[in-house]
Design a protein around this ligand. Structure first.
Ligand SMILES: Cc1cn([C@H]2C[C@H](O)[C@@H](COP(=O)(O)OP(=O)(O)OP(=O)(O)O)O2)c(=O)[nH]c1=O
Length: 194
């Protein structure tokens, strides 16, 4: 069976290409509003599954991979910034401390669903308001959870990371490969299973 990546994210496309699997992209249009008092882990996994299911509904003969990434600080979910003020506030709330980046992945085909939640801890250096504003003006933060991209200029903000780097960028490669190995994807080279 073939594979669809239920995403409009160029980062996710590039990461999945690293695995050497053949796929095409189809964005999922879902409501990403968290439920009231929804736990961040539940939220991220729910969105990954809903994105995959939304695309799987109209593509019954394929496997569909969905993913969601959120930044979590003090149990507050930070998605993509809605404005400059929002983005700058997010960056300042992450200054000089550790936060969690959660990425959920889900591989769906009809009623079958394989999912994983991957967490990484990221520690930021101290950021002044003028630095946060200057970074905002690079436009890099606009479409990214937590208003930064570790893979770009935002790498300058990161003092250390524990856990999966690819999960922070949007698609954890080890766990994605594990999900793909559990199912039959056409034309994919895969390592022998243990
Ligand atoms: C923290 C962080 C997030 N991000 C990105 C990954 C995701 O693309 C985005 C989080 O938003 P998402 O809603 O997870 O994804 P998306 O809207 O970009 O794409 P999709 O169509 O798959 O829903 O933030 C980075 O690129 N680098 C980082 O360091």
């Amino acid at each position: 069976m073939t594979l669809i990546l239920a995403s409009q994210s160029p980062r996710r496309r590039e990461l999945l290409e690293q695995l050497g699997v053949t796929f095409h992209c189809c964005p999922a249009d879902i409501d990403e509003t968290p439920f009231q008092q929804e736990n961040p882990n539940d939220y991220v996994l729910r969105l990954a599954i809903e994105k995959a299911q939304a695309v799987a509904n109209t593509n019954p003969d394929t496997w569909v991979l969905g993913s969601d990434t959120s930044v979590v600080i003090d149990n507050i979910i930070l998605g993509k910034p809605e404005s400059k003020a929002h983005g700058v506030d997010m960056l300042l709330s992450l200054s000089n401390r550790k936060h969690e980046v959660l990425t959920g992945i889900a591989l769906v085909h009809n009623d079958e669903c394989h999912s994983r939640l991957v967490s990484a801890q990221v520690c930021f250096r101290e950021i002044s308001r003028s630095m946060a504003e200057a970074y905002w003006h690079t436009q890099e933060p606009c479409d990214k959870a937590g208003a930064y991209g570790i893979q770009g200029k935002g790498g300058m903000l990161v003092r250390s990371i524990e856990g999966s780097y690819s999960a922070v960028v949007g698609l954890p490669l080890a766990e994605t490969a594990e999900l793909l190995m559990d199912v039959e994807i056409e034309g994919w080279w895969s390592w022998p299973q243990e």
